[in-house]
Design a binder for this molecule. Structure first.
Ligand SMILES: Cc1cc2nc3c(=O)[nH]c(=O)nc-3n(C[C@H](O)[C@H](O)[C@H](O)COP(=O)(O)OP(=O)(O)OC[C@H]3O[C@@H](n4cnc5c(N)ncnc54)[C@H](O)[C@@H]3O)c2cc1C
Length: 288
């Protein structure tokens, strides 16, 4: 392991300046993924910039106009246990509960989970289904992007060298909404073979007024099933339309074969699980 310098910035501006000054510097959050990479000499950062010393990055608050605002340093366990999250977007709490083992859930942060760019991570599909946005801070300017636009390729994101994920924003959802996150994995502690998050909202006439479907583990990046809205919005949620969305999910999936599963198996399962998740989401919405 190469020698590195450890820095505790006092605020986001200082952290971003350090990233600007040292191109090989890396942000350190929970360290669950980063430390594994360093120990195995897969990356050799010159500096580790520990953002845990920056106050306010672990906030979690609800605003009736803007929705839920989640600081990137909330750990998987915090997300799982938060009453605010359980009330406003339980699907995120469900995704947190399915991440690996208690030590990882106590250590890893939602910001790190997103920024690591792992295509099979559990939060991104749920965040995609929720229509989440990410606030990216840099001394060179701030921008807000849709979560599905954040991922570029395997472990590659749009984060520029000086940018830091500073907030996750989940806009308010319709009141009558149901959702679920289904994770197909080898064991309870392993990464998803396929992950599907689905949300369906229905209005007083029983027509679909919200749909969000996010996929993990089936492409180089987490995916949004973009045509789901065109297929379902404003219509009665019938079996044939659910089937259509599931076929769309299968169509956009571009999985790889690895030690956990073949590409063909993933492609088949993304269809099966999208159908299952949409049905479950719809029946939950009807119960409200
Ligand atoms: C054994 C094991 C099992 C796992 N199983 C699962 C699983 O089942 N499901 C799952 O989803 N994940 C799983 N993970 C990944 C886990 O969720 C990690 O916690 C997460 O990927 C990284 O979070 P972290 O806070 O530890 O980030 P770190 O390890 O500190 O950082 C990860 C990367 O993100 C960057 N980064 C972190 N925060 C920010 C920020 N705010 N702005 C910009 N860049 C940032 C870092 O520079 C680094 O490149 C597993 C990890 C391990 C080691």
């Amino acid at each position: 392991m190469k020698y590195f310098e450890y820095i505790e910035p006092k605020d986001l501006a200082e952290a971003s300046q350090i990233l600007n000054e040292y191109p090989e510097a890396k942000i350190l959050a929970g360290g669950a993924s980063l430390v594994v990479l360093i120990k195995n000499n897969l990356i050799q950062p010159s500096h580790l910039v520990n953002i845990k010393t920056i106050p306010g990055l672990d906030q979690l608050r609800w605003d009736s106009k803007e929705g839920l605002k989640i600081g990137p340093l909330n750990r998987h366990r915090d997300i799982f246990e938060s009453p605010l999250i359980r009330q406003h977007c339980p699907i995120l709490s469900e995704a947190a509960s399915k991440i690996s083992s208690p030590p990882i859930r106590n250590m890893g942060t939602i910001g790190g989970n997103i920024c690591h760019g792992e295509p099979a991570a559990d939060f991104p599909p749920a965040l995609i289904a929720l229509g989440a946005k990410l606030r990216l801070f840099s001394t060179k300017g701030e921008r807000i992007v849709a979560v599905e636009e954040f991922f570029v390729d395997f472990y590659e994101t749009i984060l520029s060298k000086t940018e830091i994920l500073s907030e996750i924003i989940i806009p308010p959802l319709p009141s009558r909404i149901g959702g679920t996150y289904i994770k197909l994995d080898k064991t309870n502690n392993s990464i998803a073979i396929v992950g599907v998050a689905a949300l369906i909202g229905v209005d007083e006439k029983g027509n679909c007024n919200y749909v969000g479907v996010g996929l993990g583990g089936v492409a180089p990046t987490p995916l949004k099933v973009k045509n789901a809205g065109e297929i379902l919005l404003g219509k009665k949620v019938e079996e044939d339309l659910i089937e259509k969305v599931a076929k769309e999910a299968q169509l956009i999936a571009n999985p790889i074969t690895n030690i956990y599963a073949s590409d063909r198996y993933r492609k088949e399962m993304v269809y099966v699980l999208t159908k299952r998740a949409l049905k479950e989401a719809f029946s939950k919405a009807l119960m409200i």
